[in-house]
Design a protein around this ligand. Structure first.
Ligand SMILES: C[S@@+](CC[C@H](N)C(=O)[O-])C[C@H]1O[C@@H](n2cnc3c(N)ncnc32)[C@H](O)[C@@H]1O
Length: 176
């Protein structure tokens, strides 16, 4: 397993956590970009992108990068948010652009499925509500999270929580 993030801090934390869990021999973490992972073409069996795709700039290039690195017949699994209404001006342009049901086939994927995860949505709502009940004091990280909670709760009804799955087409030479 190879984990990619453009934040060196995130990569260091992931490595430390993997050591704590005694899984360091099974996982590697590297600094990389959603649009340029530095992984070789067709080098992975599957790609999992958790709650990050909306940051890709530009988004189609990140989907092309997923398509490039996954082997023929390999799977992609993506979790993110999509707008209920793409014209909703309360939402940032990067959230308004998300439409994986259209964008994954354009990137060359097949067997595309995009499902609403309403239970995840409820859990996320509860999380933001809980964050606002905490006493932040002078903790800058918690204050920042509370600001994010306020922003997210204000637009919550405008977002869907989605899980998308798709497959890279098999070629004549790829295994079934
Ligand atoms: C909401 S967090 C999700 C993190 C992780 N996938 C998880 O589930 O715990 C979004 C992550 O995307 C990373 N990120 C944002 N823009 C990125 C980019 N252009 N390329 C790579 N990583 C990016 C951030 O550093 C952050 O760690």
């Amino acid at each position: 397993m190879v984990g990619i993030d453009f934040s060196e801090v995130a990569i260091k934390q992931a490595r430390r956590r993997t050591e704590e869990l005694r899984l360091a021999d099974r996982a590697d973490f590297q600094v990389g970009e959603l649009i340029a992972t530095k992984l070789s073409a067709a080098s992975v069996d599957a790609v999992l992108v958790v709650d990050s795709l909306q940051f890709a700039d530009p988004l189609p290039d990140a989907l092309q990068e997923c398509r490039r690195i996954v082997r023929p017949g390999g799977r992609v699994v993506l979790t993110c948010w999509e707008p209920v209404d793409a014209d909703d001006e309360r939402l940032s342009p990067r959230l308004r652009q998300m439409d994986l049901g259209r964008q994954l086939p354009r990137a060359g994927f097949v067997d595309v499925e995009v499902n609403d995860k309403s239970a995840w949505r409820l859990a996320e709502h509860a999380l933001w509500r809980e964050v606002l009940t905490l006493e932040a004091g002078d903790d800058p990280a918690l204050r920042s999270m509370q600001e994010e909670a306020q922003r997210m709760l204000a637009i919550f009804d405008g977002l869907r929580r989605v899980l998308a799955t798709a497959r890279a087409p098999r070629t004549a030479s790829s295994p079934p």
